[in-house]
Design a protein. Sequence first.
Length: 159
Amino acid sequence: MKTLHTLTAVSALAATLMLGACADMNTYPNANTGTAYPQQNTSSYTQYGVVQSITLVAQNNPSSTPIGAGTIAGAVVGGILGNQVGGGSGKTAATVLGAAGGAYAGHELEKRNQAQQVNAYQLSVRLNNGSYQTLTQSSANDIRVGDSVRIDNGVATRY
C-alpha cells in the first residue's frame, strides 16, 4: 500500500512538472534578449537593389529537444532515486526532494544545451526605389557589399 501511495505522489509531482514546463514564460519573445530573428518580407513581389553592408550576427540555435523534456526526465529519475531511500514518511520526503532536485538538474542541463549560438548574416540593401531593407539569413550566398541582388520571399541572391 505504501508503494502505491509513493507511486501516486511521484506521478502527481511528474504531472505537475509537465504542466509547468508547458507554460510560456516569454510574453515578448524578442524583447531585450539580443536574439536576431529573420525579418519577414511583407511584399509579395520580387525586389531588386544593391547591398550596402553585411554584418555577422549570432542567433540562438533552435534545439530539437522539446522544451521541458530535461526538467521532466530529471524529475522522474530524481523521484525514482529518492524513493529508494528511507522508509515511511521519510521515504515520501526523499522522493519529493529527489524529484525536485532532479527537475532542477535536468532544467539546467537543458538550458546549457539550448544556449548554442550559430552565425547568420544581416544584409542591408538599398532597393531600386530608394528605400532600404534589412534581411537576416543563414548564408551570404557569395554576396558582397556593392553586389546587385534580387530579393524573393525575404532571401537575397546575386544576379
